[in-house]
Structure formats: C-alpha cells, structure tokens
Design a protein around this ligand. Structure first.
Ligand code: FMN
Length: 251
C-alpha cells in the first residue's frame, strides 16, 4: 500500500475511478431499539461517544460542521471539545468563513460518522457564542504551539504562500520569546450548538438500518441568551428531557 503523501500512479487512479461504484460493505451493527436508546438523547450520545472513543481509530471527536451563508451550504470538519445538556462545543476563528456564516445565520448541523461502529449521529440546532471566559479557559489549556497558530492564522483569508505564514509564525515566536502568558485573540473562541434535533443512525444488514430521532422545539434567542453574540445568559433554560419527542424514521 502506498504511504499517505506518495502520489498514486495514473493507472491505479484510473482503476479506482471506474471501480468506485463497486465499493460496498455490509453494515452489521446491533439492533438499535427504543428501549436501548432510552428517553434522554444526551445520555444516549454520551454512551455512543464513549464507544466511539474506544473503537474509532482516529479522531472520535471529529464532526462535519455545516453552515449556511447567503443560502449556500458549506461543510467542514471540526473537533468536538465539550458537550453537556446545554449543547455541543467547538472552537474556531470567529472571522473565518464559518464564523461569518454563523454570525449571519446562527444555526448549524453537526455530523459524526463512526465507521468502525457503523454509526452516524446528526445534530441540528441554533448556535451561540461561548462566553469569553469559557473560550479563554480552553485557549489556555492548549499546547503553546497551538495557541501561537491560533494567534497567527487569519483563518479562511487568502495568503500569498505558505512561506508568508511561516514568516508570520517566526516573527510571533520571537515577539513572545520568554513570555509565558499568551493572550487569547479576540477573534478566536468557541461556539455551542444547542440541539433541537438529534438523530442516531445504526447501520444494519441489507441496508435495513435503524434511525431514531429526538426532537424538541428549537430554542430561540430568548432561551439562548440572545443572538450568536453570547450565551452568558443561557443557563438552565434548555428544555427538560421530557420535552423531547422520540420517533423512528425509515432508513
Ligand atoms: C480532523 C480535522 C479537525 C479540524 N478541527 C478544526 C477545529 O476544531 N476548528 C477549526 O476551526 N478548524 C478545524 N479544522 C479545519 C476545518 O476543517 C477548516 O478547514 C477550517 O476551519 C476553515 O474552515 P472555513 O473556511 O469554512 O471557516 C479541522 C480539520 C480536520 C480535517
């Protein structure tokens, strides 16, 4: 097998181009029953996430974040960095494309795919910005190099070359040489997706999969502490578990 980074030969590429429709595997997950999934989608997610951490080869916390800007959907992978009954947290640059999309349209979808378990989880809801304190606490828990990268990268903006980025990094490292404390940039921080819908998908044999959905009324700005600007006001106002409706969809 070729190493990642080696370019495949033309012929090998051509073979896969024609054989792609024949790529097929059987999903052999266990039955996902209403009884097993229970009444509380957060507890169910916690359970599935723990199994993903145990079985996924890489990045069990990687998820596709989908946003909409000017009616155009856009997806990219980000890392889940926390979850509880308030929602699902990730960190990014607020000035990035996704940051601007969320400022315009504070709603998103998250999609996890745990191939080893034949599982998918889809989460949809409103999005709120984390408080500056919460973002700072996470920023300071990151390795120094990651903090410097967050400070130096004008995420999603055009740059002339990789060298430009390396030069900026070099200059920043010199500037903060011997300085222990690095300040979180104002345009870097977290978002929380407050779920209105969570779907658990379990791949089963012969494509007769299980899909169980939890849905509740979308939490609007009044519940989430206003617009995407902040979630400092948002505390225990999220709907209690018993307001979730649970149903099954055809696969
Ligand atoms: C495995 C993986 C994890 C990533 N994690 C993050 C993340 O947590 N935050 C982030 O801003 N970008 C992350 N990225 C990069 C994003 O996918 C994306 O390239 C970047 O955020 C710019 O997206 P945008 O231009 O749509 O804003 C990750 C990419 C991969 C492949």
């Amino acid at each position: 097998m070729s190493k990642a980074g080696d370019w495949l030969k033309e012929k090998e590429i051509a073979t896969w181009r024609t054989a792609v429709s024949a790529l097929r595997m059987e999903y052999t997950g266990e039955e996902l029953s209403e009884e097993k999934i229970g009444e509380d989608p957060f507890a169910a997610f916690e359970h599935w996430f723990a199994e993903a951490v145990k079985h996924a080869k890489y990045d069990p916390n990687a998820m596709v974040l989908s946003t909409v800007r000017d009616g155009q959907p856009s997806g990219r992978v980000v890392l889940l960095k926390g979850f509880d009954e308030r929602g699902f947290v990730f960190y990014t640059n607020y000035g990035s494309d996704k940051g601007q999309a969320l400022a315009e349209t504070p709603a998103a979808a998250l999609t996890f795919h745990w191939a080893e378990l034949f599982r998918q989880v889809r989460i949809e809801g409103k999005v709120v910005k984390l408080s500056d304190e919460e973002s700072s606490a996470y920023f300071h828990s990151r390795p120094r190099e990651s903090r410097l990268s967050a400070m130096v990268s004008p995420q999603s903006q055009r740059i002339a070359s990789r060298q430009e980025l390396l030069d900026l990094m070099e200059a920043l490292k010199k500037r903060y040489d011997g300085v222990e404390e690095l300040q979180k940039p104002d345009d870097w921080g977290g978002f929380r997706v407050v779920p209105a819908r969570i779907e658990f998908w379990q791949g089963r044999t012969n494509r007769l999969h299980d899909r169980i959905i939890f849905e509740r009324e979308s939490l609007d700005g009044s519940d989430t502490g206003g617009d995407v600007g902040s979630d400092t006001e948002r505390t225990e106002s999220s709907s209690p578990q018993n307001q979730w409706e649970r149903y099954r969809l055809a696969p």
